[in-house]
Design a protein around this ligand. Structure first.
Ligand code: GLU
Length: 397
């Protein structure tokens, strides 16, 4: 069938593809350890699940306002005020079908054909595709591992062109776990807005921070930056609610209104029941969030120790999120029997076949020398996986 060009211009999400492949192998009885997809392995808190059941029983099963129920929007305004020192009016907030959808709507609402969006690499797999689907042009801006994968002012300056419309900042980062501090963010954001860019600040991992770090929201840096920034977040990662599909964003009112218009013509509203559950998540006890974060930090420490013990693997230490992005390029060019491992895709397939360990190839994030491990897997499984990895890598000659 002849399909629209926009379909052929993008690939299916590689993170979801790795997850599907790992799950298919598991269904065949193969004991795969899955570091593929980025979803917390914890359960959604009990009080959140109860709120969803209550919502069904109360009959909250009809359409909601396009931009979300007022109760949830008020809770989001409070969250931004309390956690991020950001003041938003209700009209500046929109609730969407997951954080991915918030970003998708923004691209649809902001970009004209040929408009450029600067995306620091390594980047989350869906950013370039969402820009492309909106007719925009992703401008991929490599960063260096020695630099902790942080964008430099010089690189950003060089990437800005008359067609630049926006920049995506994702701190803590998927896939590197890099966290920018206030001093690093300020000059980057100032330069971006001076050049007329809108900043998409994807803060979906802001509650998963290690080593007593504090989080700085881009929009909180200055009133000028606030006026040109959209802050994106969601309940998926913070409350282990990936399947509930609730993301939200806040920013300049005209841009948010434009996103709402597109939402009204596409999804109508995010799921009513999930919105009530998200209200309970944002306003209920937060102790599980802190406990999950402590658990992720333990896993980070362990997996980093094991990765750095592998000959010739290098890795920077993530400051947040639950990903690690080690460099395995020393293994490229090596052979298993007659099979040459040429790149991150080959190594990922080899590890899945030989070690039954699923990871995502770095090429999907714009950095072929690395592999992404999502350590949403318990420590015992990490240990087993690393033992298998040691063995499989030692077979490469
Ligand atoms: N954001 C997560 C990941 O990177 C979830 C899957 C996706 O949408 O990419 O694995």
């Amino acid at each position: 069938m002849k399909l629209a060009e926009r379909v052929t211009n993008v690939q299916p999400s590689p993170t979801l593809a790795v997850d599907a492949r790992a799950n298919a192998m598991r269904a065949q009885g193969i004991d795969v350890i899955n570091f593929g997809v980025g979803q917390p392995d914890f359960e959604t808190p009990v009080h959140v699940r109860q709120a969803a059941k209550d919502a069904i029983d109360k009959g909250y099963t009809r359409y909601t306002p396009v931009d979300g129920i007022p109760e949830l929007k008020k809770a989001i305004v409070e969250k931004f005020k309390h956690d991020n020192k950001l003041e938003y009016a209700l009209s500046q907030v929109s609730v969407n079908v997951g954080g991915k959808h918030s970003c998708y709507l923004l691209c649809q609402a902001l970009l004209n054909p040929g408009d450029e969006v600067i995306i620091p690499a390594p980047y989350w797999v869906s950013f370039p595709a969402m820009v492309t689907l909106a007719g925009g042009v992703p401008v991929l801006l490599p960063s260096r591992q020695e630099n902790g994968f942080k964008l430099t002012l010089e690189d950003l300056q060089a990437a800005i062109s008359p067609r630049s419309r926006a920049i995506i900042i994702n701190s803590p980062s998927n896939p590197t776990g890099t966290v920018y501090n206030k001093e690093e963010l300020t000059p980057l954001a100032e330069l971006a807005i001076r050049q007329g860019l809108i900043i998409f600040s994807d803060e979906i991992y802001s509650s998963i921070l290690f080593d007593n770090r504090t989080f700085t929201s881009v929009a909180a840096l200055s009133p000028d930056i606030y006026n040109h920034t959209v802050t994106l977040n969601g309940v998926s990662k913070t409350y282990a609610m990936t399947g509930w599909r609730i993301g939200y964003m806040a920013g300049p009112e005209d841009l948010i209104k434009a996103c709402n218009k597109i939402q009204s013509q596409s999804t109508s509203n995010p799921t009513s029941i999930s919105q009530w559950a998200s209200l309970a998540a944002l306003t209920g006890p937060q102790d599980e969030v802190a406990a999950n974060c402590r658990e992720f930090q333990k896993r980070r420490d362990y997996i980093i120790k094991r990765l750095l013990a592998i000959p010739q693997v290098t890795c920077s230490t993530p400051g947040g999120a639950f990903y690690v992005f080690p460099n395995f390029s020393a293994y490229y060019g090596k052979k298993f029997q007659s099979q040459i491992i040429k790149n991150s895709l080959d190594l990922t397939s080899y590890l899945l076949d030989q070690a039954q360990v699923a990871v995502v190839p770095g090429v999907a994030f714009g950095e072929d020398s690395c592999l992404r491990f999502s350590y949403a897997v318990n420590i015992e499984q990490i240990e087993t996986a690393m033992n298998r990895l040691d063995k499989a890598l030692a077979q490469l000659k």
